[in-house]
Design a protein around this ligand. Sequence first.
Ligand SMILES: Nc1ncnc2c1ncn2[C@@H]1O[C@H](COP(=O)(O)OP(=O)(O)OP(=O)(O)O)[C@@H](O)[C@H]1O
Ligand SMILES: [Mg+2]
Length: 415
Amino acid sequence: MGNCFRIRIKAVSPSHTGVNSKYVSRDGNDLSSSSSKASFTSIPPTPRSEGEILQASNLKSFSFADLRTATRNFRPDSVLGEGGFGSVFKGWIDENTFTATRPGTGIVIAVKRLNQESFQGHREWLAEVNYLGQLYHPNLVKLIGYCLEDEHRLLVYEFMSRGSLENHLFRRGSYFQPLSWNLRMKVALGAAKGLAFLHSAETQVIYRDFKTSNILLDSSYNAKLSDFGLAKDGPTGDKSHVSTWVMGTYGYAAPEYLATGHLTARSDIYSFGVVLLEMFSGRRAVDKNRPAGEHNLVEWAKPYLTNKRKVLRFLDSRLEDQYTQGVALKAANLALQCLSVDPKFRPTMDEVVAALEQLQDSKENTKTNQNDRNPNHHHVHSSTGTRNHRRRGVDEASTRKVASYPRPSANPLYT
Ligand SMILES: Nc1ncnc2c1ncn2[C@@H]1O[C@H](COP(=O)(O)OP(=O)(O)OP(=O)(O)O)[C@@H](O)[C@H]1O
Ligand SMILES: [Mg+2]
């Protein structure tokens, strides 16, 4: 969803985006023959050419005509949201044949259509196909297929019936009621597991665009990461970082990455800390509409987080009485660690997952939540474990059933 501060930061040095990064160093040397390549175990080495990426992806290749029909000619009233890449439309396809069906029949999909004039669009499109075509995890959104035809570039995803976390935190309206503390913790844990999977030894991917609009929610508030256009393979061998253009979103990028273009998994952890602050405070990472001194959430929040007496004043007032002081302090402390200026002091994502799990299980965290709309779903099912992943095949997507979605009155699209 367009927010004028969510623009790509682009500075520092020319280099390469996710697609070929495993093979090319910042100075252009081909690294593909180095022994470090073998560090990828369960995921095959990143393919190099567009043809290889598309072939290796296990995704359905849609025709443009298919997707035009599935979205009823990209009708404006089926727009789910808009981002820097283009618009996202709601559509319907047959669950077995993947051909377009009448609205309301078959499975619901979200179709992202690249704006023709989108800067860097094709590269991001290809990076998305590359990563989401190979990676499968309960906390990553499922990419069902793509369309590459003439100048058309589209991506077809599973439909996430509750939309983005951004909408739930910052949109006002009868559909987007404030999320309860427990649901915020559940979403934080789900997103953390997705990021932990990306950072795991088997996968070693740096996500680079962690923010609330890229965390999508299903009908039970399970969080799934979307948007791998900026993702990059992590450093290999004895390298400590990957050198890149500085790309990302204002307010979320780690200070050392902004300053040097040196990207590590720890940059994602800083972004995770920013998202935790947004979830706890209900404030945006950058908000120029707030009084001077409060525009940047991290700068504004830090003095509150480091002071035990003040920390409760930092929390979203809509959450009153839903958490205990002990849990709030621990959560604030976790965010503070993720936001350490020195990346060495940030926890790993596995440590973040463990800390969030502990917070959820904490006996202190027993206050009831009047606002929870899915009381049966507050615990996170063990199937969302960080190691539960594999390469996916088209069959999985085709056998997936769409749950019966609630029918909110104010936003008929999210049904
Ligand atoms: N699979 C999906 N199911 C349901 N809604 C979706 C899906 N994918 C995207 N959306 C909606 O479309 C919006 C736009 O998504 P998109 O990823 O294009 O942009 P963004 O994340 O808001 O911004 P940016 O371009 O900076 O990443 C999302 O915020 C979300 O509300
Ligand atoms: Mg996005």
